[in-house]
Design a protein around this ligand. Structure first.
Ligand SMILES: [Zn+2]
Length: 268
């Protein structure tokens, strides 16, 4: 070692401890709706149902969802700028799903929490859900899921539980992004392989009907492609194969159907 110069000492403070991480706070504006009643006794809250408002503006939707004459409501409304409103307390039954079925249960308002997400919908100019809105939806869902035992397969859209009459929240809704945050199911490694190869006859459709039923849709076990099955296929596509809404059991749909069935079969 060569001769070193004599050093002066400088005393420095210890490194700063990392900042404490408080959980993020989602501000929710209280906007009570009169449209609710008691949940049926002994029924668990085990579903989260997502909607779009399907009205021209957020204000139109808030007015309707709080109008006693309309007899409709939801627990929450999320505006396009991310503002969240609470209309009905979670322990009460809001009136958002109407006639509905999932996994053998009916009248799902009794066991679900409903979120209305502002979007004009297919009737008034369906458009993308803004990033700020989806961030608020994700935060709100995570807060709800932390308070209730809701399995991922029970986080679904209105069209999933009422496929014959509903299209919301629709194919522009980012189910994949929500699933990345642990909200709902999304299959990995199931690329869209297109719309060829649609099958229509009863025998070949039997396993398709069985897979849809295993996921939770209400579907008859037998029969050729009929309007009821086509509407269930469209509902499945709006949720899990948004690249093409065909109402057909085509190749791309079957790949996703198999992938979602596997997730459900694995107990998700
Ligand atoms: Zn709806």
């Amino acid at each position: 070692m060569t001769q070193r110069p004599r050093p002066a000492l400088r005393i420095v403070p210890p490194p700063e401890p990392p900042p404490r991480r408080d959980p993020p706070i989602l501000l929710v504006r209280d906007l009570p709706s009169p449209n609710h009643d008691a949940r049926p006794e002994g029924t668990p809250v085990d579903m989260l149902i997502l909607h779009y408002t399907g009205m021209k503006s957020c204000q139109d939707a808030l007015d309707r969802l709080t109008d006693p004459a309309a007899q409709v409501s939801s627990h929450y409304v999320v505006d396009e700028d991310g503002t969240v409103y609470r209309l009905v307390p979670e322990e009460r039954r809001a009136w958002h799903a109407g006639v509905s079925h999932w996994r053998g249960h009916a009248a799902l308002n009794g066991r679900s929490i409903g979120i209305e997400i502002v979007n004009p919908g297919h009737e008034w100019g369906y458009r993308d859900f803004p990033v700020m809105q989806m961030a608020a939806v994700a935060d709100l869902c995570l807060a709800i899921l932390s308070r209730h035992l809701i399995p991922p397969r029970n986080v679904i859209g209105h069209s999933d539980v009422a496929p014959d009459r509903k299209e919301d929240p629709g194919e522009r809704f980012d189910w994949e992004g929500l699933a990345l945050n642990g909200i709902g199911l999304w299959p990995e490694d199931a690329p869209d392989i297109g719309t060829t190869g649609a099958i229509r006859d009863a025998a070949t459709l039997r396993p398709v009907r069985a897979a849809l039923a295993a996921i939770g849709y209400r579907v008859a076990p037998e029969g050729p492609l009929d309007p009821a099955l086509a509407s269930v296929l469209r509902a499945f596509q709006r949720h899990w194969r948004p690249e093409a809404i065909t109402g057909q059991a085509d190749d791309g749909t079957l790949v996703r159907l198999l992938a979602v069935s596997k997730l459900v079969g694995s107990g998700s």
